[in-house]
Design a protein. Sequence first.
Length: 418
Amino acid sequence: GASQVVRVAAAGEKVKLKAAMNHLAIINATKDQGVSIAVDKDGLIAAVGLDKEVEAQFPDAVWETVVNARKRSVVPGLVDAHTHPVWAGDRVHEFAMKLAGASYMEVHDAGGGINFTVEHTRAATEDDLLKLLLPRLQRMTRAGTTLVECKSGYGLDVQTEVKMLRVLEKARPHANLTISSTFCGAHSVPRDLTAEEATRLVIEEQLPAVKAGIVAGELQVDSIDVFCEQGVFDVDQSRRILEAGHREGLMINFHAEELHRLNAAEMGASLGAEAMSHLEKISEEGIAAMARAGTVGILLPTTAHILRLKPPPARAMIDGGVPVALGTDFNPNAFCLSMPVVMHLACVILKMSLNEALTAATLHAAHALRKAHSHGSIEPGKVADLVIVDEPRWEHLVYQLGGADQAISHVIKAGRVV
Ligand code: NIG
Ligand code: FE
């Protein structure tokens, strides 16, 4: 009996990834009928429509759990396309340094940043890391996330990178969300190596160890990532790492054009990358190359907000035909677990519309992870991942800044309230 169900993709339509970002397929309640979503015993969506239409499709059904969504609205489960959730050693002390004017790279070069977290993550046991990870995933779930991309990258050595990926595997059965996991051994150059040495370490030692874990059925890794940035991995080193990962069957999904314009977007597009993140400094040519390649741009408004960067050109990217997705970028620099907060920032800072923000946080984010066939919209046959907003209009999810817990009445993962 919901007041409003936002399906995101239009009824019966194939997933539309470009111009359709601002278009939502919304079913509104009528004077005498609400909107229903039927879920089958496998947790898949069976039907969506006005109450009587849905009931008529299943005259013999025995309805088990019914969540009453009267005076509420329903949107697809949120998809967080970029996070770094496995680590020990927060960097709350660096927050004050940054507020006082230190840049991200100044903190990094002073021995802080990623390498600080690496020391603590190397020292932590698998159990320590799992204990830190699970409540973070739980907080994401409470804020409506049902599918999340999770990166390694605070090990930078073979053992710790594999340890982080194993922690993600251990989390799967406990987490109420689906995890897409990414190997990011090239997240930073370890203190004792040059970037060239680190590139070889990633390609010749870390990647084969990850591959062995996959072959042995111990790891399920979907993508490869690298921090392509001035003073970290240059475009050529990044390309070699990404190609090596791609040869092992991983999707390409990496950090590009964040602090300096290196034309990494063009490089990624030439490799047919599935996705690139950040893109604050992308050029017009980079946007055109991504649009041609169909590469998803994952925008992370928390980073620009916290580091006081010029935000990524979301409008130019959307208008230029790039499918835009959103992520929290949760990490010790950007401590945000909430996609509704990210959607709010996307609207206010990146000048995206509410409809675009919802598409970017659901269907397009699922497509960035190549899971749009099964996730990201309310369509029969897809997994029943749903967020019930405690208001008749779904926009409350974004409008109530930081109020995700109040605006969401239920999160449903594969048909079950979690
Ligand atoms: O996406 N830019 C590189 N990686 C992260 C930051 C990680 C960290 O600072 O620990 C990002 O913002
Ligand atoms: Fe990141």
